[in-house]
Ligand binder design. Structure first.
Ligand code: 2P0
Length: 330
């Protein structure tokens, strides 16, 4: 049977970086994100006996090697859950740049969990979908839900308490915005998965990162629910800088920053000092995302126009979670 799902990428305010269980994808610390309208992936999955083997096409390109093995491993989990031996054909399309630190794995993993579970005949609730999406990519567990989401690290060995829970829906804070500015559309060099593994193993203050982030995840949920924008922005910025300190202090160092990243950080701080309230966050790529409120968008847009390094911007408000759609990709 064929099913198609749409989901939005999420950007973490408190980041996930490091696993305590590689196979089950269980994180070292909880993370908190916003699912963003407009950073969309659509995936169609068809399980049928006419397919002799699994195949996966992303943005019109047939995928092989390690990325394909990851998908095939995920399909094996689904097949085991459903007691099925059917092979699958998958088409996936990102409506924003892939693997540039704009969190494409989060949207992709969420669509894959929803479309493939539906196509194989499983009917999972949000918790079940998030648990499943997590097995594809940790951050995908947060894209099942709309709005602001916490991926609780959980305590259980089997991971059944480690999934994305909604903090509040997308309409709770409709003025909230994240502007993703694309600085460089080249694919990043160090992938998150091996990178975070290296950090867990070699960063001398990795434990501090975990303890601090766990505390910050609790704090930021409160700031979201109370709509305390200044506190939220300061905390998110601090967490992002600490993440990159961990990356810099990994052996070998992981440096996602480019010169343009630093230029953007300085610009945001300067704007803020002049009274324009905005904050930055940075993931596993050179892009700088600006956290702001709707009222300041025109002024920030004007200022961004003066930065030549920015090729393109996406202005995103809190968006929908994963959902099934009728328009198949094949
Ligand atoms: C995050 N990142 O919380 C952090 C911030 C990157 C920096 O989640 O190995 O692609 O598939 O679980 O989810 C990127 O990691 O890694 C990520 P896997 P994933 O958004």
């Amino acid at each position: 049977m064929k099913a198609t799902a749409s989901a939005n990428a999420n950007i973490a305010l408190i980041k996930y970086w490091g696993k305590r269980n590689e196979e089950l994808i269980l994180p070292q610390n909880s993370s908190v994100s916003v699912t963003l309208e407009g950073l969309k992936t659509v995936t169609t999955v068809d399980f049928d006996k006419k397919y002799k083997k699994d195949n996966f096409t992303l943005n019109g390109k047939k995928i092989s090697g390690e990325p394909f093995e990851r998908i095939a491993g995920f399909l094996n989990i689904i097949r085991k859950m459903a007691g099925s031996g059917l092979k699958a054909k998958i088409f996936s399309k990102n409506f924003f740049p892939t693997a540039t630190g704009l969190a494409s794995s989060s949207a992709g993993g969420a669509t894959l969990a929803l479309a493939s579970s539906k196509a194989i005949g499983l009917d999972l609730n949000k918790k079940g979908l998030s648990l499943l999406a997590r097995r594809n990519s940790g951050s995908a567990s947060r894209s099942i839900e709309a709005g602001f989401v916490e991926w609780e690290k959980g305590e259980k060995e089997d991971g059944t308490d480690s999934f994305g829970k909604q903090v509040c829906d997308k309409d709770y804070w409709p003025e909230f915005r994240i502007i993703a500015g694309v600085l460089n559309e080249e694919e990043k060099k160090t992938k998150s998965r091996p990178g975070m593994k290296q950090s867990v193993q070699t960063c001398p203050f990795y434990k501090v990162w975990v303890e601090n982030s766990e505390k910050q995840a609790k704090q930021i949920k409160k700031f979201i629910l109370e709509k305390k924008f200044t506190k939220l922005g300061e905390l998110a910025e601090n967490n992002a800088l600490m993440l990159h300190s961990v990356m810099f202090n990994t052996i070998l160092p992981i440096v996602y920053f480019s010169e343009k990243t630093v230029e953007m950080i300085k610009a945001v701080r300067k704007w803020r000092a002049s009274g324009l309230e905005c904050y930055f966050t940075i993931d596993a790529g050179p892009q700088v995302k600006i956290i702001c409120l709707e009222k300041d968008i025109p002024e920030i847009k004007r200022k961004l126009k003066g930065i030549k390094a920015i090729k393109k911007i996406y202005i995103c408000k809190p968006g929908d979670g994963a959902r099934l759609i009728n328009k198949h990709l094949f």
